[in-house]
Write a protein that binds this ligand. Structure first.
Ligand SMILES: Cc1cc2nc3c(=O)[nH]c(=O)nc-3n(C[C@H](O)[C@H](O)[C@H](O)COP(=O)(O)OP(=O)(O)OC[C@H]3O[C@@H](n4cnc5c(N)ncnc54)[C@H](O)[C@@H]3O)c2cc1C
Length: 411
């Protein structure tokens, strides 16, 4: 890669920002152009359902890197513009403002969008979802004491919004179609814990609920369930997952399968096009298959590895996945993937608001959840990364420091 090269970063989010910055860290001298369909410089999304929603954080605290850093790093930012097509034969990208830009390499860091509710009434006013700063600002407008808020989906985002809204004095109902909240990512014991906490805080959590339609004239006034009952609402938030933004890659003829398919270095089926973050599907020897993860650590690390590989310093990316979620005063931190676990070991008690849990598969620790156990989480990550084989009784025994277990297994 020489100084005449142009790298176009498509999508100005967590992964795009990291990719561009890493290129400069590694001494890339060419042009770096970051094109983002949102107007803002790349910003942190986690606070959108946490501090930004409570009002504790303001918009100026959200940028990942401020304008001065972009300038210093000579990262050109084209905001409010989307890349509409990639011509791989001519090596150009077409932009929504009519420009055509020649590229040497592309980083596709297009993230994802909120999954829409496929039901009648989903288009009514005050039916909202949360992915962007603009979405969060619109939701914040609705968080007025005394209003009735219905949240569809008992995943992280729905539960985080519920925690903020109930503290602001709204009447909050969470509707979850599965028999438990957080069903995709945690054990039943953890789901039960979070259901209990939310109910203690005043949230009406309803499980196994099927929705027929959203009702109202121009604005939503309620949610009708298939049993005919209606839950009145001043606003409805839909939090039912993410659709990866892969259309551009598909149209360009790249390999796409639940995300843009990349190898362990972040390279797509076209050697000049790289991808990272929520939109990328990568192999993981550690996790035993292909994964597409939606988390900040994954977006940042994968982007850095991809930029290094592009700069001729390839190293396979296979870091331990981890994630966090803040609800009320509780900090949930999770690492590994628990799919296929055959035993859950709880350390402490789920009757308290602080404990941890280890997911075991054939005697090995494959994942762990920590609820307000900040000091232990580092050790938990080590045990999971090492797929440590530890006696369940010792894992469960709070008198045995995790440090000791880590030392024993040499993790
Ligand atoms: C409310 C909320 C709370 C979250 N909380 C946590 C948390 O607590 N912990 C955690 O680890 N993760 C959390 N996440 C997830 C985390 O924010 C994402 O995993 C991370 O932002 C992914 O980064 P990304 O760069 O892949 O995608 P994004 O940050 O989504 O960036 C992609 C950008 O590309 C743009 N784009 C797409 N297509 C085009 C195109 N054709 N042209 C131009 N631009 C395009 C998109 O609009 C977007 O701006 C949260 C997410 C949300 C929404």
């Amino acid at each position: 890669m020489n100084a005449d090269s142009t790298v176009v970063v498509v999508g100005a989010g967590q992964a795009g920002s990291e990719f561009a910055a890493e290129l400069r860290t590694l001494g890339f001298e060419g042009r770096v152009l970051m094109v983002g369909d949102e107007a803002e410089l790349p910003y942190k999304r986690p606070p959108l359902s946490k501090g930004f929603l409570t009002g504790a954080m303001t918009a100026d605290q959200l940028p990942i890197r401020n304008a001065a850093v972009h300038e210093k790093n000579r990262i050109e930012f084209l905001g409010g513009v989307s890349v509409t097509a990639i011509d791989r034969a001519k090596k150009t990208v077409a932009l929504s403002d009519g420009q055509s830009i020649a590229y040497s390499k592309i980083a596709l860091t297009t993230g994802g969008r909120a999954r829409p509710l496929p039901l009648p009434g989903a288009q009514l006013a005050n039916v909202l979802s949360l992915r962007s700063m603009a979405d969060a600002a619109a939701i914040r407008e609705q968080l007025v004491e005394g209003r009735r808020l219905v949240i569809i989906g008992g995943g992280y985002i729905g539960l985080e919004i519920a925690a903020v809204a109930v503290k602001k004095g709204l009447t909050v109902t969470v509707l979850e179609s599965a028999p438990r909240v957080l069903a995709r990512v945690t054990a039943p014991e953890i789901s039960e814990f979070y259901t209990r906490v939310h109910r203690e805080e005043g949230v009406d959590i309803r499980l196994g609920v099927q929705i027929a339609a959203l009702i109202g004239d121009t604005a939503v006034s309620g949610v009708q369930l298939v049993d005919g009952s209606i839950i009145n609402a001043d606003a409805v938030i839909v939090g039912i997952g993410l659709i990866p933004n892969t259309e551009l890659a598909t149209a360009a003829g790249l390999s796409v399968d639940n995300g843009i398919v990349v190898d362990e270095y972040g390279q797509t089926s076209d050697p000049d096009i790289w991808s990272a973050g929520d939109c990328a599907n990568r192999p993981s020897a550690m996790l035993g298959g292909r994964v597409r993860l939606e988390s900040v650590p994954n977006a940042m690390e994968q982007a850095r590895y991809a930029a290094r590989a592009l700069m001729g310093q390839p190293k396979a990316y296979d870091e331990l996945p981890w994630f966090w979620s803040d609800q009320y005063e509780l900090k949930l931190q999770m690492c590994g993937l628990s799919n296929g676990y055959d035993r859950l070991v709880v350390r402490g008690s789920t009757a308290n608001r602080s404990f941890s849990a280890f997911y075991l598969k054939q005697g090995r620790v494959i994942a762990a959840d920590a609820v307000s156990q900040l000091r232990d989480f580092g050790m938990m990550k080590k045990l999971v990364a090492a797929r440590a084989s530890v006696a369940p009784e010792r894992l469960a025994d709070e008198a045995v420091p995790l440090k000791e277990l880590v030392a024993e297994v040499g993790a």
